[in-house]
Each structure stands twice: as structure tokens, then as C-alpha cells.
Design a protein. Structure first.
Length: 85
């Protein structure tokens, strides 16, 4: 019997749902990014600065971060890690 996908990845079911949503809105675009708090908001994570699910996805190698700006005005954007072609 095959283990569930979230167990194979070592992430929670909620993190897998977030990953599925991210991949859906990215539509295969390798340059797609979304602000971390915006993604949390769209996935009903409260408070929006709770990055537990994003941490799980990052540690599992399913997302990467892109930083824009510096200091107090800096933003962290999330991008899915796509498999090799």
C-alpha cells in the first residue's frame, strides 16, 4: 500500500493543500512568485505571519524564496520548485 503524498513529502495535509494551490495558480510558470503573507491569506492561515506551513514546504524542498527590497520594506516571495523536465 502506498503512503499518502503528504507523508511521502514529510509535510502536513494543510501544507500539501497549500502546495497544490500554489502549483495551481502558478500554472507551470517557472518565474511565478507570490508574497508569503498573501499566500497565507489565500490559504486561510491565521495569523498571516504564521509561517509554519511555508517552513514545512521549504524544508521538504517543495518551495523556494525570493527576496525583494531591503530592510523594513523587504518582501519575501514564494515560488514552487518544479521537477526536472
Amino acid at each position: 500500500m502506498t503512503r499518502p503524498l503528504n507523508e511521502q513529502y514529510g509535510i502536513s495535509v494543510a501544507a500539501l493543500q497549500m502546495l497544490n494551490y500554489l502549483q495551481q495558480i502558478a500554472r507551470g510558470d517557472r518565474s511565478f512568485t507570490i508574497r508569503d503573507t498573501t499566500l497565507n491569506n489565500r490559504c486561510n492561515v491565521t495569523p498571516p505571519d504564521n509561517f509554519t506551513l511555508l517552513d514545512q514546504l521549504f524544508e521538504a524542498g517543495k518551495i523556494d524564496y525570493e527576496y525583494r527590497g531591503t530592510g523594513i520594506e523587504g518582501e519575501r516571495h514564494v515560488k514552487p520548485v518544479w521537477g526536472s523536465r
